[in-house]
Design a binder for this molecule. Structure first.
Ligand code: NAD
Length: 334
């Protein structure tokens, strides 16, 4: 029997998680929730997902000709595990609902670590999530940082990490927020929360970060600087990152996030998703004993494989993290 998974909040992350779960052979989507009967609900219906909605909105779905299978409460009760992909801060309001129904839940990076009590990254701490009821899959930026810091720390020891994040202002479908013509230090008071959030996954790492919002929708760009414990060369670091299945080296004329997204379209990724960290191989440099490199992070999709692995750990479908990662990657085509 496949694990029964519900997606609460079928937005940017939720729709991708739903497709990724459906692509696995050991789990299946039993329903997705939408608050309003809009075009995304219509597409979810076309894709064959059962749609659930807040009880008070069910009439609106009927009126719009988009059949709803029931209320969100009913969806939760039918599932083994809910992946909560509601906007940051909303997810915490659902904890009671999940607890009362006796189902497991995954929250996303917009929620606080304390809500779930376990912050997850597949490569760094899969095994610790085995059988847990509540897990938080960390944000896009934190996921991107954990995927490179963890293996480099394992190989050489990391004394400290300093990272500057140039963040996409909004996702491509967002017509409400900006900026469209400014660079905004955010937050002005340092450090930003992004680097330190890595410590919720890998507590012993000394890390701080500064972040800014820039007028783009495509990806985030990290400038990573690390002081390593052991002496090593750029080539040694390249080798370690080269072994990581969720780190992709970019080059061959790819000089920007725009070209990474074009590449993702060209290799026919669904929704031009780039699930891997994109590290510019040529940027990996040792300068006066410190490591530097650039990586780009596709915020809309990078956490999607981690959600699948988190499900597999919590449902104890696979006890070995490396095996789950391989299984997820293969089913997605990564
Ligand atoms: P989103 O706004 O694109 O989607 C949220 C969805 O939840 C929408 O479909 C909305 O209609 C629905 N919703 C709102 N209130 C609801 C409720 N009470 N019950 C059920 N559904 C409800 O948001 P998103 O970008 O997918 O973000 C979801 C979570 O993922 C947040 O915690 C966010 O921080 C995190 N995250 C986002 C990104 C990103 O770049 N978009 C990356 C990593 C993690």
């Amino acid at each position: 029997v496949k694990a029964k998974i519900a997606v609460n909040g079928y937005g940017t992350i939720g729709k991708r998680v739903a497709d990724a779960v459906q692509a696995q052979d050991d789990m299946e989507i039993i329903g997705v929730s939408k608050t309003k009967p809009n075009y995304e609900a219509a597409v979810a219906h076309q894709l064959g997902f059962d749609i659930y909605a807040p009880a008070a909105n069910l009439g609106a779905f009927e009126k719009a000709g988009i059949p709803a299978a029931g209320s969100i409460e009913e969806m939760v009760k039918k599932s083994d595990l809910v992946v909560d992909c509601t906007p940051g801060g909303i997810g915490e309001e659902n904890k009671d609902l999940y607890q009362k129904a006796g189902v497991k839940a995954i929250w996303q990076g917009g929620e606080e670590h304390e809500l779930a009590g376990y912050s997850f990254n597949a490569i760094a701490n899969y095994e610790g999530a085995l059988g847990l009821d509540f897990v938080r899959v960390v944000s896009c930026n934190t996921t991107g940082l954990c995927r490179v810091i963890y293996p480099i720390d394992k190989a050489f020891g990391v004394n400290k990490v300093r990272v500057t994040l140039a963040r996409r202002a909004v996702d491509p479908n967002d017509i409400k927020k900006g900026p469209i013509n400014a660079i905004v230090p955010d937050p002005i008071k340092l450090p930003s929360h992004h680097g330190p959030d890595v410590k919720t996954v890998i507590p012993h790492i000394n890390i701080t970060s500064a972040a800014m919002k820039i007028p783009t929708t495509l990806m985030h760009l990290h400038t990573v600087n690390m002081e390593l414990g052991d002496k090593c060369t750029a080539e040694d670091v390249r080798k370690v990152l080269g072994y990581q299945s969720r780190v992709r080296f970019v080059g061959q004329g790819i000089a920007s996030t725009a070209e990474i997204m074009e590449f993702a379209r060209d290799i026919k990724r669904p929704r031009n998703d780039m699930w891997e960290n994109c590290v510019w191989s040529d940027s990996i440099t040792m300068h006066e004993g410190e490591l530097y490199f650039f990586q780009a992070i596709h915020q809309e999709s990078i956490v999607v494989p981690e959600n699948v692995d988190a499900i597999r750990a919590m449902m104890e479908l696979e006890s070995n993290g490396a095996k789950s990662i391989m299984k997820t990657n293969k089913a997605l085509g990564l």
